[in-house]
Design a protein around this ligand. Structure first.
Ligand code: HEM
Length: 531
């Protein structure tokens, strides 16, 4: 969970929320009390089953799946395997974890409706331990309750309001310009003068430059010939931290000095925080100089946070670090998969090119308004996120209230795993679910034969909770709007300049899980300049 641990659906989500009484959504004490009484009554009358009645694998079975069957780095696929074995709701116990998995949109919706006013994704004791060790503020991922809400309310306005986010467009276009130059450089240097190897690695740099330009209002030069050492250090640290996070959480505190993992985890976090702090301090010094010389310090995100007075300095530091952490390989992996599929589907790529070209002829840079006239572009990104939700599973740790899901009663402090990889790959929700078909996201009135495919109306319909790549509700991804803008600008401009082809013929690249869903091997692509 670079977003620890969704583009068509916000409208559907609000429609769905409208059916839930507002008191229920906000988890008012009165309603809570009534719900608890109902739950108690129903349990007493024996109508509801308990967590112990749930099917699910025992520890040896889980170990067998992970280490003998090889699902340790394919945990996204385990969602489907276990759903087929145990049904849509099951329990898994593993080390200190006792988890209730839900794998249909209806069940996910039931959990979300009861998530309370301050939803918690999962307890992150090892992240908290690191923050305590270094005397840092907890921040978005670790803080809970009103403290989380206070921080989130400070971060939301300039991240989630469409109008505010549009202000970042010129900066993002500069960064996309650098990406285009870098691709041109790499492809000209390659042996066949067209290939860019490991496109995800280049897009990580794009992701880092993009989010940094918004947060710090300055360009770091991540896409230049000489990549700043701090950029590489940050990308390495994110990778290490995510990998180690999955391991460290299994080891008890007393084993910290015996195994090397905790030390490495701390080092990765130290590097992350150090790079973020250097960038923040550099920008702070610039702001001070500007102020001293009487210049107006009109800035974007960091300046806004510092001047809003809603967060302490320690909270600003950790929030910026977490936004950087969330903003790098989420967008970059999604873009990599989108290019991978477009390279393999020339009909879709041609259609996308024509759409971009008709809205922005002569390679004009698209504005945010132009994007609203590019439904196929948006459909490509949605379809990519459906096939490869970069955060393949989400969670809700419901500590405030007891919960009823599918005739089961769960006590407070139950950890739910929302298996949305399984739902977005479910044939019952998406026709030909394993295929890349962007036009499934276009409304039926739009010619459905765009790329030579036709469908019935069911082709376009799915439950709103079957596709939730950005999460859902008040705790959903804070970077959703920024991510979408970055991806839409980058993809549209790449299409204006290049036709993309697979380098290695029809080589299939599978995803693997390293907390995030990432390509299991490098994606190599050929970029052929368009006339
Ligand atoms: C393709 C792009 C992205 C995807 C698919 C994605 C996905 C997610 C998901 C699934 C969550 C959990 C939401 C929930 O619990 O319901 C999340 C949270 C989060 N994301 Fe993203 N994300 C993306 C881009 C970004 C970007 C660009 C940023 C930074 C600007 C970001 C920052 C965060 C943060 C800070 C959280 C934690 C929010 C909280 O706990 O209140 N994400 N993201």
């Amino acid at each position: 969970m670079r977003c620890p641990g969704a583009s068509a659906w916000p409208l559907r989500l609000s429609a769905l929320c409208a059916r839930v009484p507002s008191a229920e959504r906000t988890g008012s004490p009165d309603l809570q009390h009534r719900r608890d009484l109902n739950v108690q009554a129903a349990t007493e009358s024996g109508k509801l089953k308990s967590i112990d009645d749930l099917p699910g694998p025992r520890l040896p079975t889980t170990l067998y799946w992970l280490f003998i069957q090889g699902y340790a780095d394919k945990s996204h696929l385990l969602q489907n395997v276990q759903k087929n074995l145990y049904g849509p709701i099951w329990r898994s116990r593993f080390g200190p974890f006792d988890i209730v998995n839900v794998a249909t949109p209806e069940l996910i919706a039931q959990v979300i409706r009861q998530e309370g006013r301050y939803p918690v994704r999962a307890e992150l004791p090892h992240w908290k331990e690191y923050r305590d060790l270094r005397g840092q503020a907890y921040g978005l991922h670790v803080d809970t309750g009103q403290e989380w809400y206070r921080i989130r309310s400070a971060l939301n306005p300039k991240m989630l309001k469409l109008k505010e986010v549009s202000a970042y467009a010129p900066m993002i276009h500069q960064v996309v310009g650098d990406l285009l130059q870098r691709i041109e450089l790499l492809r000209c240097r390659s042996q066949d003068q067209t290939t860019v190897s490991d496109i995800a690695a280049e897009l990580y740099k794009f992701g880092f430059e993009g989010i940094s330009s918004i947060l710090f209002e300055t360009r770091l030069g991540c896409l230049q010939e000489e990549i700043p050492e701090d950029t590489l250090r940050f990308i390495r640290a994110v990778n290490d931290m995510l990998k180690l996070s999955e391991t460290v959480v299994f080891f008890p505190r007393w084993s910290r000095s015996i195994f090397p993992y905790w030390g490495r985890f701390v080092k990765a976090w130290d590097d992350l925080c150090d790079v973020a702090q250097t960038l923040i301090d550099r920008r702070l010094a610039e702001i001070k100089t500007q102020m001293c010389s009487g210049e107006q310090t009109e800035g974007m995100y960091l300046t806004y946070l510092l001047s809003s007075d809603k967060l302490t300095t320690a909270e600003v530091y950790i929030s910026i670090t977490e936004l950087l952490l969330g903003g790098v390989d989420t967008t970059s992996n999604t873009l990599s998969w989108a290019l991978y599929h477009l390279a393999g589907d020339q009909a879709a790529q041609n259609y996308l090119y024509k759409e971009v070209n008709s809205v922005c002829p002569g390679r004009r840079e698209p504005t945010t308004e132009d994007l609203s006239r590019m439904p196929f572009l948006k459909a490509v990104i949605k379809e990519t996120l459906r096939l490869y939700p970069v955060v393949p599973g989400n969670g809700r740790f419901i500590s405030e209230n007891e919960v009823v899901v599918d005739n089961y009663w769960f006590p407070k402090k139950t950890q739910f795993h929302l298996c949305h990889y399984a739902t977005s790959h479910d044939e019952a929700e998406f026709v030909d679910a394993e295929l890349f078909i962007p036009e499934r996201w276009l409304r039926a009135e739009v010619p459905s034969s765009t790329c030579g495919r036709r469908g019935k109306s069911s082709f376009y319909q799915h439950h709103p909770y079957s596709f939730i790549p950005f999460g859902v509700g008040v705790r959903a991804c804070v970077g959703k709007r920024v991510a979408e803008m970055e991806m839409h600008f980058a993809l549209s401009r790449l299409m204006q300049h290049y036709e993309v082809q697979p380098k290695d013929g029809a080589t299939v690249v599978e995803p693997k899980t390293r907390t995030l869903l990432i390509p299991a091997k490098p994606i190599n692509l050929r970029f052929l300049p368009r006339a």
